[in-house]
Ligand binder design. Structure first.
Ligand code: HEM
Length: 319
């Protein structure tokens, strides 16, 4: 090799040409950007994932050590919810979501829900009951009930009529009227005193902050939630149907049961159960056999729906 020749690995002319084309197309001067590259620092792991910020987000309200477990596990759950929404949004906004694309995304969502369900013992077993019962009093009237991402996942999974309180479904006059549907969502009823019609403070604050967002989500996902897509495109597809059934079981039976076990461990007491921070009658509100929220009702037999959330379903999370 002659002295002035570069070895092939050091010949950057092709890359430089491509870069020049890229920046020219945007009316930009490549040489200024190359200067920028020269002066910029190397990326580090901690900056990339914003580790310092992440670790600054745990701020207990009390001196009880186990409150840290409670905060971090809620944050972990919200991050999984974010991943689940990420996949649901890709399915909903895809111009031509073919069955293999949808099936692969559903497999991811199922994996996330399995992880959440399988790890709930971090809550159920992982805190000292005495500490929990004390630090929770400093959190009133906040409740996981106020998880907006949980509600957005529901809206992206199914037609809103399937999220209306079961006793009120027949009273809905127009199933495409998002405002009418929003007024009857099961969780709004769950946090309303039936005798007086009074909403809990937890519900009032939640509505004030998020109702507009839910209205928008209701409109955005009206024709592109998973149940609507199932009807339109995948009615006879057994692979997609199988995944959707698994998702329904995880999201509406197994995770709620794992969560309910936590509520029972900490709040069940003779002769009178301990009040929930969100103020619901949690023994009547939380069990999936009472809520009967089913994202994909066409995929279940009448018997399966009648038995929803009962013992037959309460098996461990499938591997
Ligand atoms: C010791 C742990 C926990 C206990 C005792 C507990 C208790 C409760 C109770 C009693 C409710 C009913 C609403 C109320 O009146 O407050 C509720 C709702 C809820 N919690 Fe938890 N929770 C725990 C952990 C979690 C975690 C880690 C999450 C994750 C984000 C979570 C998310 C939710 C959601 C989404 C609801 C609404 C469920 C629905 O509307 O069907 N909870 N929780």
């Amino acid at each position: 090799m002659k002295k002035h020749e570069q070895p092939p690995s050091l010949d950057y002319s092709v890359q430089l040409k491509k870069l020049q084309e890229k920046y020219e197309a945007m009316g930009q001067d490549l040489s200024s950007y190359l200067d920028g590259l020269l002066y910029s620092d190397y990326l580090t792991y901690w900056d990339y994932i914003h580790l310092d910020t992440l670790l600054s987000l745990q701020t207990p309200r009390t001196r009880f050590k186990d409150e840290m477990v409670f905060i971090v596990y809620h944050q972990i759950t919200e991050l999984y919810f974010r991943l689940i929404r990420w996949e649901l949004e890709q399915i909903a906004t895809h111009a031509h979501p073919d069955a293999s694309f949808v099936s692969a995304r559903l497999a991811r969502i199922i994996r996330y829900f399995k992880n959440l369900t399988g790890s709930f013992d971090i809550m159920t077993e992982g805190m000292d009951k005495e500490q929990f019962l004390k630090f929770r009093m400093a959190l009133l009237p906040a409740s996981g009930f106020q998880s907006a991402q949980y509600r957005l996942i529901e809206i992206a999974c199914t037609d809103m009529i399937n999220l209306v309180a079961i006793e009120e479904r027949d009273s809905i006059s127009n199933q495409s009227d998002v405002d009418e549907l929003l007024a009857h969502l099961y969780w709004r009823r769950g946090a309303t005193e039936l005798a007086t019609g009074q909403k809990t403070l937890t519900l009032r604050q939640f509505e004030e902050k998020y109702m507009e967002l839910f209205r928008k989500a209701g409109r955005d996902f009206g024709g592109s939630n998973l149940n609507a897509l199932l009807r339109k495109h995948y009615a006879g597809n057994t692979e997609v149907a199988g995944r959707l059934r698994e998702l329904d079981t995880l999201a509406n039976v197994l995770w709620p049961l794992a969560h309910l076990r936590s509520a029972a461990r900490y709040l069940q007491k003779d002769p009178e159960d301990i009040k929930a921070t969100g103020g619901t009658n949690w023994q009547k509100y939380l069990p999936p056999r009472f809520q009967k929220i089913i994202f994909f009702p066409d995929l279940w037999t009448e018997t399966e729906k009648a038995e929803w959330g009962r013992a037959a379903f309460a098996r461990p999370v499938p591997e």
